[in-house]
Ligand binder design. Structure first.
Ligand SMILES: [Zn+2]
Length: 355
């Protein structure tokens, strides 16, 4: 049985010698309210993709879902973690202690260690980076204090590191790992080609737009490749889209919608620079009005500036803005003769963002 977009309940596939089940786990502590774990069973073999936040009520809910199937943590052989955010790996250590092996992309282990190994250093680098984007010091301090408070220090010590392209067998199924940097540097999605299943983590979500932005600890701009990945999915009406949060959804329509959302944001950023905004911080009022901005938590404002920096970088790649380094400030000006025609027409815009 497959649930269509918007339908309540959890998706499930009963195949020949295997089952795949979506376990929808409540997570009221998250902005997005719930998270999904995918349980693959074949004979005595069991593999999970993601494992829910460690805090209440998510962990007891996951335990209850397993218990309802006659399972305990010790019955899970493998946990594949789509990315190193605590709403996806939170309980990895619990399953590991019961004997599971934990699988993660190597870039997300680095990402995790850089943030959690030396939190004071991470805070300092992020504060300096926010300054380079024009964020005033008092605001930068307040945002970071909120951000660091929310940042988890849950343990994450994977047993197997991925590069992308691996095949992970479970019973008769073959899970193919695709590296999709963007939401995090080592984010992966999982394909099961025989049944056209696609486990998306936070790469594409049905009800929120995943945060894609510049990270001072990771070189490069993930936005162009992320948009290219979405364009690839606009052609894939055949795939069953299984998100890290929420219901099964229409991959084609949703990919198109997020593309339009991002293109509209790019257009606003370009208009801002043309109107004289010089830094990501100065671009902000053109991307989010004051009421929306005031409603955004302080911690999420760090992500918002990361997103704007990614858009500015992309506009520079398209030749529409020019970067100017000015005394530690990353500043921008409009390029001569740009029209913005490279950016498609705006569509529906999401209110919700997910970090
Ligand atoms: Zn998530």
């Amino acid at each position: 049985m497959t649930f269509l977009a918007g339908e309540p309940g959890a998706w499930r596939l009963d195949g020949d010698g295997f089952t795949v089940e979506q376990l929808r786990i409540p997570a009221p502590q998250l902005h997005i309210r719930e998270t999904s774990v995918y349980l693959f069973s074949a004979g005595r073999e069991r593999l999970m993709v993601d494992c829910a936040p460690a805090d209440d009520p998510s962990w007891p809910a996951l335990e209850a879902e397993l218990d309802a199937r006659g399972l305990a943590p010790a019955d899970i052989g493998t946990i594949v973690v789509t990315h190193a955010h605590p709403d996806h790996y939170g309980n990895a250590h619990r399953f590991q202690a019961a004997g599971a092996r934990v699988v993660l992309h190597r870039r997300d282990l680095d990402f995790h260690r850089v943030r959690n190994g030396d939190r004071a250093g991470y805070r300092e680098r992020t504060f300096a980076w926010l300054g380079s984007q024009g964020v005033p010091q008092d605001e930068g301090h307040a945002w970071l204090a909120a951000r660091m408070e929310k940042m988890s220090s849950r343990p994450l010590n994977p047993d197997v590191l991925l590069d992308g392209g691996e095949i992970i067998p479970v019973g008769p199924l073959r899970l193919r790992v695709e590296w999709t940097p963007g939401h995090t540097p080592g984010h992966v999605i999982i394909h099961e080609d025989a049944h056209r299943l696609l486990l998306l983590g936070d790469h594409i979500l049905p009800t929120a737009s995943p945060n894609i932005g510049i990270d001072q600890d990771n070189p490069g701009n993930p936005l162009p490749n992320y948009l290219a990945s979405l364009r690839g999915f606009v052609e894939r009406a055949d795939l069953v889209a299984l998100p890290g949060h929420g219901h099964v959804f229409d991959l084609v329509a949703r990919s198109r919608q997020i593309l339009e959302h991002q293109e509209e944001r790019g257009r606003r950023v370009l208009r801002a620079v043309e109107a004289g905004a010089r830094t990501a911080y100065e671009v902000r009022p053109f991307a989010w009005d004051d009421a929306t901005w005031e409603g955004l938590s302080r911690g999420l404002r760090v992500n918002a500036i990361r997103t704007l920096a990614a858009h500015l970088g992309r506009l520079a790649e398209l030749g529409l803005v020019v970067r100017e380094e000015r005394a530690g400030l990353e500043a921008w000006r409009a390029a001569d003769g740009g029209t913005g025609d490279e950016l498609v027409e705006p569509g529906e815009v999401d209110a919700a963002e997910h970090d």
